[in-house]
Write a protein that binds this ligand. Structure first.
Ligand code: ZN
Length: 657
């Protein structure tokens, strides 16, 4: 493990809190130390308050912040004097503790202090760093982990047996630390949880963390428990699109809400899923309590989702009977699936959740395999994990979380998504919580957004194999398809029928009509599996009910597309697939309205471009955003009882009315 400290970078951070920010970010940069909100850091600073008193304040990581991106505002300032008094209590419920921490802050707008705040306060050092380092956990999570930690660190660390995070852990740490620390002590190892380091400066505390974790890494290497040798051969399957979508449908059924599935058939994941002992080594429990909420206690091995749900119910019944608090069961769906052919598949209420679970489990696979090489992975007993999974603080958080956006857990595909109406549809769907796949012939689509719930794929929709590849990629990324927005289309420059050449006609038909037939046909098996029923919205045109001269190919293609939608509505209604069509007119912020087309159409009606843009009964300018918002709403609850509708969005047109 290498130190990432740089004097040049450090010089840009001012004061103790500034350097606290810097080294916290350094820890956050290494995913083998902390992942997604895991770990926490603090610094103790003396300040003068408004009434002129000197107060010692603990600045500790606030909840909702990741170390990698933390700023000064991410640290919660809490009065040390009160924290030290709390640390001496014999009993304090975790809800009471959270209340005490919040009410002892000196800044009302700061985030809630970490649940490990009292632990940070009771360690008598200015800077305290805490991580869930993979290497340390790989050692602690073995049968004789305690002895191995002693062997690695000697008197340099105090070892704490596993205690659930919260007040009890803080109390045990404070007692054991006071009793066992020596002049040599530079850290503290928490069995089955992680490691603390501390120091007089941010630099010292950080370097000690790196040095301590490095010793665990070297130990693993020396015991031939570092390199995970790949299996001799891997079985691979290319025909997985429908299998993944079926799996998602079953997981959603058990969860009782639509979920996103993220598939990882990379070498490491397949190798783990194809290990002969995967059924044993993956069923021991989580690497650190921090992971339980995201990954649940155990992964599903194979695809029997119902059996998993039943065994989860048994686990809940057994453990909740022993528990002192009354708890209600969470959904029974798995979060991690290990399948011989699909590799690692992770489940989330959103694409972001599924991505976080994947990150965590990629590290877990490494930890488990290294622990195996060291003599055998051994996680916490089910009851300890249950206590974290059904922790009163987590339960309170669940009750508090308000209603999710309408399309949470759903997946949408939009064609022609790089600009205009298509891009606006991407935005409207993302805003409603959907994971979105954008297709466009323009490669810029791949860079449209860098976020876990968007995938942009360069795709010529008139190419059947390109569509198949795009759907494979979409399903691998998110698990299936709920919403299809058929938007891609071309609008050739004006041309009367007597001058219309066959090639132009065929090209327009090919893209505006044939491509949509192929998309519909290929998406059908996926839409059929959509947990809340599939939805298709086609972007038609005002030209369908009210054609204009010199646009024969375009008008005919959109009319045929509309008819295709009507037939699809008839055929697919029994599969709960709703199909609706929008007829926009004069939407000028789109790719097809080049300056030339706009001028020639305006001239045709004897209008200026400005008049032409608002040439409708309501005298409004119809934008891509208007069309996209209606398209998205048509996939939602408002249109739950509507299929085969054709809705104009044109500012009112007397020829359509
Ligand atoms: Zn921790």
């Amino acid at each position: 493990m290498k130190s990432l400290w740089s004097d040049r970078e450090a010089a840009e951070y001012k004061g103790d809190l500034g350097l606290r920010v810097y080294t916290s970010q350094l820890l956050g940069r290494d995913p083998s130390l902390v992942l997604h909100g895991g770990g926490n850091t603090s610094v103790k600073i003396c300040e003068q308050n408004l009434v002129g008193e000197e107060e010692e304040i603990l600045y500790v990581k606030g909840s909702g912040w990741d170390l990698e991106t933390i700023a000064e505002a991410g640290f919660a300032p809490v009065r040390m004097a009160h924290l030290l008094k709390l640390a001496k209590l014999q009993v304090l419920s975790d809800s009471q503790m959270v209340n005490e921490l919040k009410t002892q802050m000196t800044k009302a707008s700061a985030p809630a202090p970490s649940v490990e705040t009292i632990l940070h306060a009771s360690l008598p050092y200015k800077f305290v760093d805490h991580t869930h380092a993979d290497a340390v956990i790989s050692v602690t999570n073995t049968a004789n982990g305690w002895e191995r930690i002693q062997e690695i660190y000697g008197d340099d660390v105090v070892i704490i047996p596993y205690v659930m995070p919260g007040f009890d852990l803080a109390r045990v740490c404070a007692e054991k630390f006071a009793a066992e620390k020596s002049d040599r002590t530079i850290g503290m190892v928490l069995m089955n949880h992680g490691i603390f380091s501390f120091g007089a400066t941010a630099h010292e505390s950080y370097e000690r963390m790196i040095a301590l974790v490095d010793r665990a890494e070297v130990y693993l290497q020396e015991h031939h428990a570092w390199e995970i040798s790949p299996p001799a051969s891997l079985i691979r399957d290319s025909e997985t699109r429908l299998e993944i979508a079926k799996l998602r449908s079953e997981v959603s059924q058990v969860a009782k809400f639509p979920v996103v599935l993220s598939s990882h058939a990379d070498e490491k994941s397949l190798a783990f899923a194809q290990r002969k002992d995967v059924n044993i080594i993956s069923q021991q429990g989580c690497a650190t309590p921090d992971h339980v909420i995201r990954t649940k206690r155990l992964p599903l091995v194979g695809r029997d989702v119902k059996a998993y749900a039943e065994s989860y119910c048994t686990y809940f019944a057994e453990e909740s009977a022993k528990s002192t608090q009354s708890v209600t069961i969470l959904d029974t769906a798995p979060r991690v699936i290990l399948d011989r052919l699909l590799g690692l598949v992770t489940v989330g209420k959103s694409a972001k959740d599924a991505a976080i679970v994947a990150d965590i489990y990629e590290h877990t696979m490494e930890i488990i395999q290294r622990s195996q090489l060291l003599g055998g992975y051994q996680a916490l007993p089910a009851s300890d994990i249950f206590a974290v999974e059904y922790w009163e603080l987590e339960q309170a958080k669940l009750k508090k979380s308000g209603s999710a956006p309408a399309f949470t857990g759903e997946i949408a595909l939009v064609t022609g998504a790089a600009s205009g109406i298509g891009k606006a549809c991407v935005d409207s769907l993302l805003k409603r919580g959907a994971a979105v796949v954008g297709l466009d012939i323009n490669p810029e689509i791949e860079k449209l957004y860098d976020r876990p719930d968007f995938v942009g794929i360069t795709c010529d929709v008139s190419d059947e194999s390109a569509i198949a590849n795009a759907l494979d990629q979409a399903v691998k990324s998110f698990g299936g398809l709920d919403i299809l927005i058929l938007n891609a289309g071309i609008f050739p420059s004006g041309c009367r029928i007597e001058n219309l050449d066959t090639a132009t006609w065929q090209k327009v038909m090919h893209i505006n009509l044939d491509a949509n037939l192929i998309l519909m046909r290929e998406c059908y098996p996926l839409l059929k599996l959509a947990p809340n029923g599939g939805r298709v919205v086609a972007i038609g045109s005002k030209n369908v009910p009210a054609p204009g001269p010199a646009a024969a190919a375009y008008s005919a293609s959109k009319a045929a597309l509309t008819q295709l939608m009507r037939v699809a509505a008839l055929e697919w209604s029994s599969d709960r697939i709703r199909i609706n069509t929008l007829h926009p007119n004069a939407v000028f912020d789109t790719g097809i309205w080049t300056e030339d087309v706009l001028t020639s159409r305006a001239q045709h009606y004897g209008l200026t471009v400005e008049e032409y843009k608002t040439n409708n009964l309501l005298k409004v300018e119809v934008t891509s955003r208007h069309v996209a918002e209606l398209a998205a709403e048509m996939c939602g609850a408002l249109f739950a009882c509507t299929t085969a509708a054709q809705v104009p969005i044109d500012g009112g047109n007397d020829r359509v009315i």
